[in-house]
Design a protein around this ligand. Sequence first.
Ligand code: FE2
Ligand code: FE2
Length: 195
Amino acid sequence: MSELHTPQAGDDMARDDDVVALLMRQHGDIRNLFDEVEASTGEERRDAFRRLVRLLAVHETAEEEVVHPFARKGFPGGEQVVKDRLAEEKAAKETLAGLDEMDTDDPKFMPRLLRLRQDVQAHARAEERYEFTHIRRSTDVTGLAAMAKAIKAAEAMAPTRPHPGVESGAKNMALGPVAALMDRTKDTVRKAMGK
Ligand SMILES: [Fe+2]
Ligand SMILES: [Fe+2]
């Protein structure tokens, strides 16, 4: 079915078959989760932050496994574009790791979160402008769909909606180790790509 499908603008099927549309949707989900963390307090903030950390970890890892390797060879200047994006991702991951150890009620949490948000958004804009547009021009529908499949497999590991019944028991809401999640994401993505 899906190989017969012609992508149309605003078409949900097309979005799911197009790695660029999918990653841009995740950029939007990340923005929304930053909003949610900022607008909430206590347990709700903890839960929203946990979902943000998961999505960021899964999103950046999947990009590093799927689209950056393609972009590196896919268009002229791709090598440098990817080098710049990786440097931004490394910086964001370091800030994220620092935040990850902090309680969301800590007075230092919000200023750091806002710094992370600025970095993450500047990075997302740079990806969309310097990398994704070229990816779209340099690959066909089949290529976009193959990469989308791997991104979707990874996405299943990062629920963006709130947990049903955000309960007490802050300890249970503690973040799982981000490094372990990144490793699992790599495995999932590689399997989806048949590696
Ligand atoms: Fe990225
Ligand atoms: Fe991204």
